[in-house]
Every structure is written in structure tokens, then in C-alpha cells.
Design a binder for this molecule. Sequence first.
Ligand code: ZN
Ligand code: ZN
Length: 364
Amino acid sequence: MADRVRPGPGTRAERAGRLADAVGTAGLDLLLVTDLTNVRYLTGFGGTNGACLIGPGTATFLTDFRYTDRAAGEVEGWEIGIVSGEWLVGVAERLEGRVGFEDDRLTVREAGKLEAGSAEDVELIEAGGMVEDLRRAKDPSEIEAIAAAAELTDRIYLELIGRELTGRTEEAVARFVVDRMREAGAEPSFPPIVASGPNGASPHAEPGPREIEPGELVTIDMGAELDGYCSDCTRAFATGELDDFAAGIYEVTLAAQLAGLSAVAAGRAAVEVDRAARELIEAAGHGEQFGHGLGHGVGMEVHEGPRIGPRSNDVLAAGDVVTIEPGIYVSGRTGVRIEDLVVVGETGIERNLSSVPKELTLVG
Ligand code: ZN
Ligand code: ZN
């Protein structure tokens, strides 16, 4: 499976080519890429210390002596430079001209070291986000990798549906999820959320010792990281017949989720997509109880661009992989969130990667 999803060297060369063009267009001589996820995206290098220097006519991968062999095996199409001595000082010595750096990924102290270590005529320019912009549009190999991570999550949901939740603690259910992921060669992309009854009122509830009771909503939010790509999916289940209030907020959340999905298309402002879902929740009188954005991009990281929320400036584009996840959280009482992971197409959703049914499902 690892081989199936690994992008060919051609794909990585294309990424590097597009980035080099963008660096030139931004009026920079070089971009210094220090974020390790970005470095892995560009070069395939999986070690824990590396950086890229890229610009028109330059593609240099830097690492230290520990990774000489690994870099030679993993990194194709890049000139490889081995930095000795203190890492950032050694990197700084290789900078020339107007150099963009990932200001959003370096600490002030690290940026200071770059500044101090580089030649007088080097101009350091804040240029965070350039690789992240490139990472937004997923190529087919990436979409397959995310789909595989989503399929794993779906299988675990189906197993949960087939078993009893009542009487198990939230912690035990979360442990089951993590164990299943590890058995499949994956890791959780974030610690699973299992929020039962009143605990569902917190969007980021941590699974605790509470025993799941009959007749309540249980919100489970989980994602897997498989072969370097993440998934993210939320479902809420009923452990028996719900009271009218809990059943009601479930129906409103589901209607809002479907409206959000219908609003997804390339060229659509993220705020409009958020609005399409949010207005249904507001109309039902729960606007104040939906206190987060509608969704986010997912890829090598479980939270990446674009942001879909009431204050987002992003516009959806074909190839974005995003979540649509409205929720209603009623303090002291109950809560629900429903989340799918979808690929954005030109005129709508190209592919919904989450296949677990969303009609209210009764589990024991
Ligand atoms: Zn989630
Ligand atoms: Zn999410």
C-alpha cells in the first residue's frame, strides 16, 4: 500500500518546479524551507533534520552528516548539501540575495540565528505559507492516500456500530479506536474524541472515565495518519431512543451538514459555504451553540488550508480536500457534530471520502 500512494519522482519534480517559479514571481532569489512536513512534501525526505533552498535555478536539500546515506536514498532531483556545526548557522552561511523564510514556522530565536549567521548582503524576507499554498491542491496520489486513511476510519466506525457502546467508558472506546489504527499500520492523526451525553457539549472533549449510558448521543471524532496522510471524520450515535431535544439537534446538525456539502464547489468563498450550513443552525435557534468554523483542509497535516469559517478569506479550489463539520453544543446537556471529508471539484464535491451513514444510527 505504501508504494501505491507514494508520488513518483516526476510529481515531486513538478512541485519543486512550481515552487521555484513562485519564488521568482515573489521577487525572491531563494526560499528557505525549514518546516519538516514541507521538506518531506518537496523531497520525500523522512528524517528529522533537513531544509530546502529553492529558487529559479536552485534546488538544494540540506541535512547533517547523520542523514548522508538516507538523503542519498530518498531525495531525488535535488543537490544534497551536508551542513556541519550548528544547524541554523550552517544553513545561514549558504544563503544569498533576497531569501524568503518560513517566518510562521520558525521561532523568533531561530530567525535571529539565521539573521546573525548570514552574510551582510543577505536580505531575509518573511515568506511563510508558500509551500502550504502548493500543498492545498492535492494530486491523485495524495487523494488516494487520504482516501485510504479515511477508509480505515470508516471501517473502525462500522466495527463500533456493530458493538455495544452502552456501559463502556469513553476512554475504553478511544483506546479501541487507537488499537485498531495501530493494528492497521496507522497512527491517530489526533487523539480520538469520544464525548457521551453531557460531555458532548464540549467540541474538544477528552475521553474520560464516564460510562456511556442508554438513550444518549455519543459523538466520536477520529482520524488516522497512514503513509504520511491524514483523515478526519465525526459521527454521533444514539445509544437507544433519544429525547426530543437530542433527536432535534441531531436533525438540525445533519441538515446543516448536507447544506454545507451542497455549497462546496471550486471558486466558492469559504465564508459562503460556512454560511450555508450556519444559517440552518441559526434558524433553529442554536446559532450561539455552533462556536467553531465549518471546516478545514486535511492532507499531510490534519489541520491545514483552506479554513472554512465565518472569518475566512479563503476561496475553495479544485483539488482542495476539506472537512464539513457543523455541530451544536448545549452546555450541561448534550451535543452533536457530523463531519465528512470531501474532495472539492469544479462544480461541486468531486468525491466524498467518508462513507459511514449519517442517518441517526442506534447502537446498543
Ligand atoms: Zn474531526
Ligand atoms: Zn475536523
